[in-house]
Design a protein around this ligand. Structure first.
Ligand code: ZN
Length: 167
C-alpha cells in the first residue's frame, strides 16, 4: 500500500511554524514522518532497533493497535504518559478518561505544543491525526466527541505511549 500522503497541519500551537516547519508536512513511502521536520530524527532501522515491534508499527508506520489490548487502559495512577519514541511528556493522568473505545483516551495534551494535528484522509475517512511534535511519531487521532472541559477525545494507541508514575 502506498501510504504517501500530504498532511495539512492544523497547528494548535505555533511550535512547528516557529521552528520553520511550515504548514505542510509529508510522510515517506513507508508512512514514516520525514526526518528533517522534527527535533528527534532516526532512520527506520534505528527506530526498529530501539522500539518494540508494535510501538514501531504505530509510531513510525501509523498502524493502529487492536482495541482493548493496551495495558495502559488499566493505568490509573498519577503520572505522565510520554512518547514511546522520544520520551516527550504528552498527556497527564488527570486528563485520562474511560471512553469505552478500547484505546487510552485523554481530553487534552499536556501543552498544545507537544502534539501536531494533521488532516488524515486515509481509510476512506476524514480524521485528524495526532503526532508527537518532537519525533513525528504517530500517536492516534483526535475526535470532537470527548468530555468536558474540552469536548475532545484524544484516542491514543497505548503502544505509542510510555507511562511514567509520579514520584
Ligand atoms: Zn516523540
Amino acid at each position: 500500500m502506498n501510504r504517501r500522503r500530504f498532511l495539512t497541519t492544523l497547528l494548535l500551537g505555533g511550535t512547528a511554524l516557529a521552528a520553520g516547519g511550515g504548514a505542510l508536512l509529508t510522510r515517506g513511502a513507508g508512512g514514516e514522518a520525514l526526518a528533517a521536520t522534527f527535533a528527534v530524527n532516526k532512520t527506520a532501522a534505528e527506530w526498529q532497533k530501539i522500539l518494540p515491534k508494535e510501538s514501531y508499527e504505530v509510531l513510525r508506520l501509523a498502524s493502529t493497535e487492536y482495541p482493548g489490548t493496551s495495558p495502559l487502559l488499566k493505568e490509573h495512577r498519577k503520572g505522565v504518559f510520554a512518547c514511546m519514541g522520544c520520551a516527550l511528556p504528552l498527556f497527564a493522568s488527570q486528563t485520562k478518561f474511560e471512553s469505552g473505545t478500547g484505546w487510552p483516551s485523554f481530553y487534552q495534551p499536556i501543552a498544545k505544543t507537544v502534539v501536531i494535528e494533521n488532516r488524515d484522509d486515509s481509510h476512506g475517512m476524514v480524521r485528524v491525526e495526532v503526532q508527537c511534535s518532537r519525533c513525528g511519531g504517530h500517536l492516534g487521532h483526535v475526535f470532537d466527541d470527548g468530555p468536558k472541559p474540552t469536548g475532545l477525545r484524544y484516542c491514543m494507541n497505548g503502544a505509542a505511549l510510555k507511562f511514567i508514575p509520579a514520584a
